[in-house]
Design a protein around this ligand. Sequence first.
Ligand code: 13P
Length: 340
Amino acid sequence: MNRAELESIASRMAAKGKGILAADESTGTVAKRFEAIGLEGTEETRRSYREMLFTAPGLSDYISGVILYDETLRQKTKDGEPFPVYLTRVGILPGIKVDTGAKPLAGFPGETITEGLDGLRGRLAEYYQLGARFAKWRAVITIGPATPTQFAIEANAHALARYAALCQEANVVPIVEPEVLLDGEHTIERCEEVTGEVLSTVFRQLHSHRVHLEGMILKPSMVIAGKKCPNQASAQQVAEATVRTLKRYVPSAVPGIAFLSGGQTPAQATEHLNLMSQMGPFPWELTFSYARALQEEALRAWGGKPEGFAAGQKAFLRRAKLVALARSGNYNPQQEQEAA
Ligand code: 13P
């Protein structure tokens, strides 16, 4: 483990004024997203969609790193340049999703355990060769009447920590992502309680596994009421509860906290981040690692057609700019009305 290299990559990922684009949707998830615009997911449609995003002019003004999927890491621009090589050349760090998905946890109905540890050491060595400098692993925690169980939290935190230790051994910065799902009827108070328990368990496991906290990025969900909760919290309440929870449970040695968007609308995910940024400074950088909130508008504007390429890039850059402004606390919700 080269601690200096890990720290330097982690701090570039959390660079001021920028954030991370999560574009690591699995083939199945891309198919679902494409279905919404009536497009079939093929290796070529996935490639051209990602090319539209990555080659948006000036993207590195707003984006410090991009999380790729295994297939994408091996794909090329239409000019024949491998995506990780292209991204590195324009000043964006390539990363790689290395988990193989959340699967049902045997004996625990409604809960999942994330898989992908077998053979991970070998895969990380290859990914590093291909240019990846950071990785992502997503654990999923579901809030329901009888969940999450302490066992499921513990099992997922243990897997996250084993993953993080293997990444650092390979000089790859781990993004540690324990996502508490937005689905459900739970209140914001219940989400705060669960998120606190999850973060406290995750950091205990990271310590036990001797993970170098200065060389990792935490990717949490925001503290927010369940989608079906009749009592939706205000944006200010979400920001306050999230910051309070992070201050309680995230050690100040962690250089960056990059939120996932989790099914919030682009405008919500932007506004929440903006309000939190305005509550700083914090011991860590507070930033974003959105997939849906950054891509939703771009996907629709692109529409899967070659003639939609420029419109897709324009919509994508507009949202990337707004979220980057929010990351510095300089976003104004009125900007939602303005075009790119
Ligand atoms: P969303 O921002 O769409 O939640 O995705 C982030 C991510 O990378 C989930 O693993």
